[in-house]
Ligand binder design. Structure first.
Ligand code: C2O
Ligand code: CU
Length: 474
């Protein structure tokens, strides 16, 4: 924990109380002239990509990446990069099994790709620049895939991620279950942080500190602005809150105040059993779905907060509590308990192949830091080979003092142990947090064939070598 504390740069509290980001407006009721809308639930907090295809089984959208002047800090313009003019970009919203067609145009001054983080699709659609050539400035690419799993995911570039993601290129994805539980309301919360100059522009990238720790921001960003999301919540409501951590380097501890909550979903979708927690640690890249029950008769607000350990001048650590969202309790409802579909996780195989992955660093002959995987620059590692359905248990050992949120493309895994003890982190994941010097074991069956990246989700670490490729043979 100490290390995680040390990793927090001094926090400037700049949560403006003046302006508000209000809930998205309810959609217009369908009239006989317009085709019936696809039966997707309304999710407030982030606008959605417009589905231009009337086929109920197809979600077809236009997406572009382009520079935009945006008010991340209300009242101040920052030169950002955007998807369709906003950050976060518009939410991609579909139902499991839907075909998704994304007509993407790159209006950036540099090449890019889109990675659909967590979607177990084909490698050619995964945004891996080593599998398919990047989309050049002015060029287009059509991503076309079927949504294989329900859950909360996100999309972001997979080129120059040190800059492109923190400059604003990130957006949530919701893939609904076939038999989705019904809630009073659903909300999206995309959590990030940012580091701006006095003139409200991005502070320099790739500083020596960033290259070591990743880029820590000094302001919390919630659904694209430094203002907490606001709105109202009815007393008695039972809501689904989806949380995505898109911060470049900051893993966060979150909690709900003024209501009780349970964790109902992780990176890979709904859990077999919801569980209660007072706080949830959400690593960079991870997602959690919460069931929030506004059941406190005395609460005037229900808040999503982050707990941030901060050091004062004397080195004393205190918890700074910063709201990501602050909903005023207004009105009363009687909500029925949501009925969760039956979910079974893949069985933990009794026999499996064992692999070791040691994360470390060294200096190359020029004196540059190289972040290593099993002693080598990950990009020089021979491609690790697996067969589809092969049960593999990885022991991932972090031999550095710095934390690594470690991500596998195209697969889910379960976390078995942390520091040799049962991990108690249920659910399917595609990112696992490794604190300094920590060791975890994870299990996967490599269900999705193809060539996949696996890497630390801190872009600076990945670009210094903590990124490699593996192949799953069909
Ligand atoms: Cu969100 Cu290769 O990552
Ligand atoms: Cu790392």
């Amino acid at each position: 924990m100490l290390l995680r504390t040390a990793a927090i740069v001094p926090f400037i509290l700049l949560v403006a109380a003046c302006s508000v980001t209000s809930d998205t407006q309810p959609k217009a009721k369908p009239t006989p002239e317009t085709p019936a809308p696809k039966p997707l639930v309304q999710i407030s907090g982030v606008a959605e990509l417009e589905d231009i295809n009337p086929d109920p089984d197809v979600v077809e959208v236009n997406l572009n990446a382009a520079p935009a002047d945006l008010e991340v800090v209300p009242g101040h313009v920052t030169k950002m990069l955007s998807f369709n003019g906003s950050t976060p970009g518009p939410m991609l919203h579909a139902r499991v099994g839907n075909r998704i067609i994304v007509h993407f145009t790159n209006n950036l001054a540099e090449p890019t790709t889109i990675h659909w983080h967590g979607l177990r699709i084909a490698p050619e659609m995964d945004g891996n620049p080593m599998v398919v050539a990047p989309v050049e400035p002015g060029a287009t690419f059509t991503y076309d895939f079927v949504a294989p799993d329900a859950g909360t995911f996100w999309y972001h570039p997979h080129l120059d991620t040190i800059e492109q993601i923190p400059r604003g290129l990130y957006a949530p994805i919701v893939i609904e279950e076939k038999d989705a539980p019904v809630f009073t309301a659903e909300r999206m919360h995309v959590l990030a942080d940012t580091r701006l100059t006095a003139a409200y522009q991005h502070s320099p990238f790739r500083t020596p500190m960033d290259m070591m720790m990743g880029r820590f921001g000094d302001r919390i960003v919630s659904n694209g602005t430094t203002t907490p999301v606001s709105g109202t919540i009815a007393r008695g409501a039972v809501e689904r809150w989806r949380i995505v951590n898109v911060a470049p380097a900051r893993s966060m501890d979150i909690a709900v105040e003024g209501a009780s909550f349970r964790v109902i979903g992780t990176d890979g979708g709904l859990l077999p059993e919801p569980y209660s927690a007072s706080r949830v640690s959400i690593a960079v890249g991870q997602r959690f779905d919460l069931e929030v029950k506004a059941d406190d008769p005395n609460a005037t607000d229900v808040k999503l907060v982050g707990h941030f350990p901060t050091q004062d001048a004397n080195g004393k650590t205190t918890d700074q509590v910063i709201p990501f969202a602050d909903y005023t309790v207004d009105g009363d409802v009687t909500a029925e308990a949501p009925v969760y579909p039956t979910v079974t996780l893949p069985e933990i195989p009794a026999t499996f192949d064992e692999r070791k992955l040691v994360l470390s660093d060294m200096q190359d002959p020029q004196g540059n830091v190289v972040m290593t995987m099993n002693g080598m620059d990950g990009r020089d590692l021979p491609m690790a080979m697996f067969t589809q359905g092969q049960p593999v248990r990885f022991t991932i050992k972090n031999s550095m003092m710095h934390a690594h949120p470690f991500h596998f493309h195209g697969q889910f895994f379960q976390i078995l142990t942390r520091q040799g003890k049962p991990a108690n982190e249920p659910g399917l994941k595609d990112v696992v947090y490794l604190d300094g010097m920590e060791s975890v074991t994870i299990t996967t069956n490599f269900e999705n064939p193809g060539e996949w990246m696996y890497h630390c989700h801190i872009a600076e670490h990945a670009e210094q070598g903590m990124m490699a490729e593996l192949e799953v043979m069909p």
